[in-house]
Design a protein around this ligand. Sequence first.
Ligand SMILES: O=c1ccn([C@@H]2O[C@H](COP(=O)(O)O)[C@@H](O)[C@H]2O)c(=O)[nH]1
Length: 232
Amino acid sequence: MPDIADPRDRLIVALDLPDVAAAERLVERLGDAATFYKIGYRLGYAGGLAFAERLARQDKKTFLDLKLHDIGNTVEEGVRSASNLGATFLTVHAYPQTMRAAVKGRGNGLKILAVTVLTSYDDADAAEAGYALPVTELVAQRAEQAREIGIDGIVCSALEAQAVRRVVGSDRLIVTPGIRPADAGLGDQKRVMTPAQARAAGIDHVVVGRPITGAEDPRAVARTIIAEMEGA
Ligand SMILES: O=c1ccn([C@@H]2O[C@H](COP(=O)(O)O)[C@@H](O)[C@H]2O)c(=O)[nH]1
């Protein structure tokens, strides 16, 4: 497992906010409590990529959660472009052709994470989408393929972290959304764990959005999540 010297780096705050002004306000309120930010579709399509570049220049770590999936050439060139944005992580969906293309296109130290099965999916959702395997098996199969292809890390639920670690070994990252403090609502997440449970299961980073973005005191929530993981 890669060494993470600063415990704050374990928490990735999902900036799922409507515009850059709102994201700037949250980053300001979090101050030094947070070091790592994720930009996904909502903010990304509202000026968030330029904002991510700015954050990177301010020594914040950034995670572009673009979940790329397209024909190989498009993914490869898209990853090549994204490699110039100063980000630490970029996601692609864990389809072998897509992952191979992403590995070809990555540069400038950008790490590619493969999204195995979305944490809002349970077995019934996977079956509805046409998959014959239960989620745990699908995650393990995709993690194995990601390892063989040379992907840098796996996105899965913390519920699968121990099984994924057995598949990918110690030098690949495990990054887990679907994290909820014990008193937080699940929203649309179905495969969830608390920060302490996730850390005990051997994850490298947790991704937390609404429990922080919707909090009256986001800084206090971020600090509590980090402390909870430290104590696990
Ligand atoms: O499997 C996945 C992959 C990505 N996500 C993203 O993480 C955050 C989670 O936000 P919460 O508000 O804490 O639920 C969000 O940006 C998702 O797009 C995920 O949840 N599951």
